[in-house]
Every structure is written in C-alpha cells, then in structure tokens.
Unconditional design. Structure first.
Lengths: 416, 95
C-alpha cells in the first residue's frame, strides 16, 4: 500500500476506514539467512537496505521491546554532516544525502526539514578551528558557510551576542542540516522492510548465542532458538550486555544522555543552534516546543533517566546564548542510553566470531547516522566487505593505534 | 546522587569527577611478555555491566581523594563507598 495525496483525500472522504497496519506481526521461523538484533533505527534501516539494495529477503529483526522503543524515539532529531576526520566525514555526508532522498525512497512522511544547523563560536581560536572544519566538510562534498556577527544579528536577533563570558563571534552554518520526525524514521524503515518480506519480531529478547567452533550458528531467544547464517548485533546502549553473551568485551561504556522539551511556543528558532563554549543544542519542533539537550551525565548508567546537575548545566548553556529561553517552561525531560565508545566514533565491523557482526558505539550521534549506518551495515552483511565510507569503523582500531578521535579527547568515554 | 564519603560524609556527586571502572586500579605489568595486549584491554575494553558496578570517583571539589564507589547502573543506588587507597592496599599494592 503506497501513500499519496490522492489516497489521503479518498480516505478523508470515506471516514478513514481503509487504512491498514503497516507491518505484520509474524512468529519467528526456525531459520533465516540473516538475523538482526535490535529493531531500532539502525537495525530497521539495515533490514530495509538489505532487502531493497542488496536483494536479500530471508531476514528477521528481533526486538526485546517494541520497535523504535529506544534511542530512535529519544534523541533531539538533528541531522547534519559537520564532522572533520576522513574516517567520519564522508560517512556522515553520505548519511545526509540519504536523508535528503529518504521520504521518496521509502514512501513515508518523515518530515525531513533542512532548516540549517548553526555552530556558534566565541573566540578567534575557535573561529580558526571552525574554518578548518568547514574546509574539511567541503572536501568531502558537504556544504559549509561561515557567518559573521552582522549576519547573525540580522538572522537571530535573540542571541546574547555581548555575553560577558562567552560573546558570540560568529558561526558555522550547514544549511543542509536540520531535523527529522524521529519516530517516523523507524516506522518508515519498518514498513519498507516488512513490505519486502522481512520479519520484524517484537517482544523477542535474545538470551544467548549459539557459538560452536568459533562460528555463530544462531541465537537463543525468549521465543525459542533461531538459526541464521549471519547474526548482526545492532543494539546501541545495550551493546555491552548483548555482546557479553557472546563472551566479548567492547571498547564501549553505556552512559545516560538527557533531553528536554518545553511547552509549545510560537515560531522563534528557525533552525538548529549549538553553543560553542559549553554543550547545548536547541531546535524548535513543528508543534512549537523547544527541543534541547547537552552533555551526558558522565557515569555508567542503564537507567534511561539522569540527575539534576546536568539539568542545571544544560539550562545554563541555554541561558548563556539565548536568555529568552528562561521564560519557557519545561514540559518533559527523559534519558537515553548511549553506547559511548573510547574515541567517540562508531563501529560497523565483523567480530572475531565468524558469522557475528557488530554495529554500535554511536555515542550520542547515532540518529543522524541512521541511513548510512543501515546502508553500510547492509553492505558489510551482504558482501562481507566494508562500504568504502566505513572502512575505518573497525573494532580493532585501538589495538592498531588507528583511532578516529574526532574531538581529540583520547579514550575517555565520558568526555566525548 | 549523594556519595557517602568515608571521611567527609554525604557529598553531592557533582563535586566529583568520574573516571570509570575500578578495574583501572589494576595496572598491568609493563614487563609481561603480553604487555601490549594487556594494556589494550586495560586502556580500551570495559565490562560495562548493567547492575552492580565498582567505579572510581575523584573528589576534585573536595579533599581530592580517589574513591571506589559501588553503584547499581540500573537504579543509580550507591551501596558502598571506600577510599581507593584502602582498596588498592587490600589488593596488595604498596600505595
């Protein structure tokens, strides 16, 4: 069933009785070619691209809860490709290009809105760093634009340009960045994968791996054992727990990141704005709420809720660049579990166990990566070689000394 | 979170800097034949458990002591706080 304006009109005139569930709820079969663990954004995107681009259909996606119940519905919905290092930037630019064509590709309204991402800078040194980043972005085919304070004063008059501690000296725009309706991304990929024969099996927790002679033959689940030629783990914050069942320790710590939304306001913030001297990013949802967040809490956590010191820190960041935010009342805050890797960059790789693959370590940057992560993981699973833009996202890069240390902070997960 | 400091009593966790798993106390022997592998595991790999977790907290805004805090990563409940020095000595370290 495809969606179109005509269909919406016809359903509107006939009482909306013709809509059907957009995915099936099948029972697991005893065997699949590929089993993907985790029906979040990345797992569903992987299944979708495996079916659509690589012609593989005998696939199951296993999910402990309901599909899209994790970080795909908890993030602050920002898409961008303003990275710098060669191991990262081409990958994120590929992701942004996939976002641009996504709704037509999977025929689902994900409300992709390229309303721009602006990174503010507050000193001469930071300006130099952002110019360098902008040049790196352009070399990878992305767009970047430096804005001075005159331009920003005209476009965003509410910013606190003359803040005594962190005066705003300009900003780095990525006009093609923006926001996306995050739940719709999971639903769109799920619908597209299901329509191509992928079994999405919810309420099915993986309890163990069937590993014999160095090869993974399948998984044990709460709905019985499932054999598979290839098993693809894609569980973000639960990576440590799941891979421990396969006897592996990862270069990952799980941390909690909080996000916030205010009451609905009239349109005040045109795009995404980030603070350069602290950690704060804000955009306005189409319903009018200011959606914002900041740093992770900074200690290992699986709790999906954080503590008050970070709430205060985020609010201070907001007040430093736009004092008007102090007048908005907070409606909700929540937490998600981030798979913080040791260098702040992700993994899409084989594991030492044959037939077992791993995708994770997205830190708090996983949402924007969803399409490219799915595409590159599908490429790895289908062809057993990494996609050209994901060749450095290897699990053994620490042993080899090839870190992708985007922020130059070393192996300290709570600093990324 | 409130950390029950063994010397100073209850302190706000915001006074502390978090380092990570208390296994970092056990630095590998740099002269061991497999020192490279051991240091890779020490520096980069983590157990990352959901549940009871022993971890290092540094009281930067206080007496600058290192603490070993036993905390549940699912509930954030802190069940035990010790001076890291005492933990290291109990494991046979000189200091």
């Amino acid at each position: 069933m495809g969606y179109s304006a005509l269909k919406i009109l016809r359903e509107g005139l006939t009482g909306n009785k013709g809509w059907e569930p957009v995915w099936r709820e099948p029972d697991p079969k005893p065997e699949y070619d590929i089993v993907i663990i985790g029906a979040g954004g990345h797992g569903l995107a992987t299944a979708y691209y495996l079916a659509k681009e690589f012609g593989l259909r005998n696939i199951a996606v296993l999910e402990k809860g309901w599909l899209g119940s994790g970080n795909i519905g908890r993030n602050t919905t920002i898409i961008r490709s303003n990275y710098m290092l060669p191991g990262n930037e081409p990958f994120y630019e590929m992701s942004l290009k996939l976002w641009e064509g996504l709704e037509q590709d999977f025929n689902y309204n994900a409300m992709v809105s390229q309303r721009s991402v602006l990174n503010l800078f507050h000193s001469d040194g930071q300006r130099d760093a952002f110019v360098r980043r902008a040049n790196a972005m352009k070399l990878a085919g992305a767009d970047a634009e430096l804005a001075d304070t005159d331009q920003l004063r005209a476009e965003l008059p509410f910013l606190d340009f003359d803040n005594a501690r962190f005066p705003i000296k300009g900003g780095l725009y990525q006009r093609r960045g923006g926001t996306v309706r995050h739940d719709a991304v999971a639903w769109g990929y799920a619908r597209g994968a299901d329509a191509r024969g992928v079994d999405i099996i919810q309420n099915c927790e993986v309890t163990g791996f069937d590993i014999r002679d160095g090869r993974c033959h399948g998984v044990e689940t709460t709905r019985g054992p499932i054999r598979a030629g290839k098993i693809a783990v894609c569980v973000a914050g639960s990576s440590g727990r799941v891979m421990a069942k396969a006897g592996m320790r990862l270069p990952i710590e799980s941390h909690v990141l909080q996000a916030f939304v205010t009451e609905g306001l009239k349109p005040v913030i045109p795009g995404v704005i980030t603070f350069g001297a602290g950690h704060f990013y804000v955009s306005q949802s189409d319903k009018g709420g200011l959606v914002f967040g900041g740093d992770i809490d900074g200690y290992n956590s699986y709790a999906q809720r954080g503590n008050l010191p970070v709430v205060e820190d985020v609010a201070e960041g907001g007040m430093a660049i736009m004092p008007m935010i102090g007048r908005a009342r907070l409606l909700r805050s929540w937490g998600g579990i981030m798979d913080m890797s040791m260098d702040g960059s992700p993994f899409i790789d084989r594991t030492p166990v044959e037939g077992l693959y791993f995708n994770g370590g997205w830190c708090y940057g996983g949402f924007k990566a969803t399409p490219a992560s799915g595409f590159c993981y599908a490429h790895l699973l289908a062809r057993d070689e990494p996609h050209p833009v994901a060749t450095q996202m290897r699990l053994d890069r620490f042993a080899r000394g090839n870190l992708i240390d985007e922020k130059g902070m070393g192996n300290q997960p709570n600093l990324h | 979170m409130i950390i029950e400091h063994p010397l100073l009593g209850p302190r706000d966790a915001a006074e502390f800097v978090y380092l990570g798993d208390a296994a970092l106390i056990d630095r590998p022997d740099w002269q061991a034949p497999d020192a490279a592998e051991r240091f890779h595991a020490y520096g980069y790999l983590r157990d990352n458990p959901a549940g009871r977790h022993q971890e290092l907290w540094y009281h930067e805004q206080g007496d600058r002591s290192w603490l070993v805090v036993t905390r549940d990563t699912v509930t954030h409940e802190i069940s035990r706080v010790e001076l890291a020095r005492d933990v290291a000595r109990a494991r046979g370290r000189s200091r």
